[in-house]
Design a protein around this ligand. Structure first.
Ligand SMILES: NC(=O)c1ccc[n+]([C@@H]2O[C@H](COP(=O)([O-])OP(=O)(O)OC[C@H]3O[C@@H](n4cnc5c(N)ncnc54)[C@H](O)[C@@H]3O)[C@@H](O)[C@H]2O)c1
Length: 449
């Protein structure tokens, strides 16, 4: 442990990151910027080729940052796992999606662990960063690594440290977002703490890998449940005839005990729609039903169909149906100012509208093309004629680039799921806003008793 500690403190260690996506690439570059040599490993040949040419594929990372990290020799992207033999630290940042049956798919973690086991050597630190269910590090990774004959806490060190990156966030990045670390043994926690303290402002040790895994799931379940609650409140406000945004903003003036969450067309991204299922799945195996998680998933999951209902209501005002209507979607990324469409609710809304016979087009300044149902759609330009020719414009993602005043002025009917039209009262007669007291009749639940 002393040898590794000294190497880490003197920035003499060689670090590695497995999986150079939204999480792994910024992490690798942050470690490199602290003066470590970092090897970045990925299976994706295109990504490695781009990185070698100093090109970024992630919005928050500039070409310049990559090019200079490569030029200084601090960052080496590679497809070759043999480099693991030479490195002192390994951070695992591979995907953790859901399988078709909505169960955790930890095959990427297992594949990476097998590669690490083959190269595992004394005085090496292994850290899992991918979000996963509590118990993954000590129940799956530890036995696999110890099958090498090396012992944890003595020969090598194993910890879990959840990534908290928030793509598109300009205030918080890898460097200034506090980091949780939990090791298998106290020595593992300490080595991981020392490592991350070299390039992250604040590192918080916790007592176990399971605790660290649970911290991440609490954070994301907290968001999922609160978004689910506020989505339901938005539906209540529609029925009551109250503007949910006015209610939330007024409640947010309370200086304690209230955190504002806002309604929207549904959950998206790699984390919030997926991670709580990892927790619920693990608890189910322990005979415990995670009720808040399933209720939030149910409410958040119905928001895309709420949006299509709003579109149907709006068109009805013009004696039109969804079938045959021209509908323009604004924003398909799952949140504003990013290009990430993973799990985006826009995809569900689009699928539902296509199924109902709508003639769809979309614009997203961050997503030039999109493949859907085997077809490739191209983002259309927001020219006046492209907007005026539509029967309905739906705001699904309120990117900063949009000039909503012009867009709304040129639209016939607008369905606003993001409160993007809040300052455009003069157009209120053609706007249907989620949770704004439009009293969308079909959102009311029928009393079956
Ligand atoms: N994206 C986020 O905002 C975010 C935030 C916090 C935590 N996380 C978690 O971090 C993890 C990674 O997420 P991401 O968004 O960076 O995913 P990503 O899909 O952007 O990147 C993962 C990368 O891993 C590579 N990969 C897959 N299997 C591999 C293997 N066996 N060996 C080497 N490389 C491999 C892929 O090619 C890809 O480049 C997930 O568990 C996710 O839940 C993501």
């Amino acid at each position: 442990m002393e040898i590794l500690r000294a190497k880490l403190q003197q920035h003499d260690a060689t670090a590695s990151v497995i999986g150079l996506g939204y999480v792994g690439l910024p992490l690798a570059l942050e470690i490199a910027s602290a003066g470590f040599n970092v090897v970045g490993i990925d299976l994706d040949q295109n990504k490695i080729a781009k990185l070698k040419q100093g090109q970024s594929y992630i919005g928050d990372v500039s070409d310049k940052t990559i090019a200079s990290a490569i030029k200084t020799g601090r960052f080496t992207p590679t497809l070759d796992f043999n480099v693991l033999r030479e490195v002192d630290t390994v951070s695992i940042c591979v995907p953790t999606p859901l399988s078709k049956s909505r169960d955790p798919d930890i095959s990427y973690i297992l594949a990476a662990t097998e590669k690490i086991r083959k190269s595992l050597h004394a005085a090496q630190l292994i850290v899992l960063e991918s979000t996963t269910y509590p118990g993954t590090t000590n129940e799956l990774i530890l036995p696999e690594l110890e099958s090498s004959g090396l012992r944890v806490g003595k020969d090598f060190f194993l910890a879990f440290s959840p990534e908290r990156i928030d793509p598109g966030n300009t205030a918080f990045n890898t460097h200034n977002t506090p980091k949780i670390v939990g090791g298998i043994t106290a020595e593992c926690t300490e080595v991981a703490r020392i490592f991350y303290s070299q390039f992250i402002e604040r590192v918080i040790p916790v007592s176990s890998t399971k605790c660290a895994e649970m911290v991440k799931l609490l954070e994301n379940t907290f968001r999922s449940v609160n978004i689910g609650m506020v989505n339901e409140v938005a539906l209540m406000c529609d029925v009551l005839g109250v503007d949910v945004y006015e209610v939330i903003d007024a409640a947010a003036t309370k200086p304690f005990g209230f955190i504002p969450f806002y309604p929207g067309p549904g959950l998206g991204g790699h984390c919030i729609p997926i991670d709580p299922h990892y927790l619920a799945w693990k608890l189910k195996a322990l005979n415990f039903q995670a009720r808040f998680i399933s209720l939030a998933a149910e409410i958040n999951g119905m928001m895309p169909s709420v949006v299509t209902t709003m579109v149907g209501e709006g068109l009805n005002r013009f004696s039109k149906s969804i079938r045959g209507s021209k509908i323009l979607i604004l924003g398909i990324a799952y949140k504003k100012n990013v290009s990430d469409c993973r799990e985006s609710p826009a995809l569900d809304v689009m699928r539902m509208l296509i199924e109902k016979g709508a003639i769809l087009s979309y614009n997203d300044p961050f997503v030039p093309s999109l493949s859907m149902n085997g077809n490739t759609l191209q983002s259309v330009e927001l020219t006046s004629s492209n907007i005026e020719s539509q029967d309905c414009t739906i705001i699904l993602t309120d990117h900063n680039d949009y000039d909503f005043r012009r867009i709304i002025a040129e639209s016939r009917l607008v369905v606003d799921t993001r409160n993007a039209t809040k300052d455009l009262q003069e157009f209120k007669d053609k706007i249907i806003k989620l949770g704004a007291g439009n009293n969308v009749a079909s959102l009311k639940q029928e009393d079956k008793h």
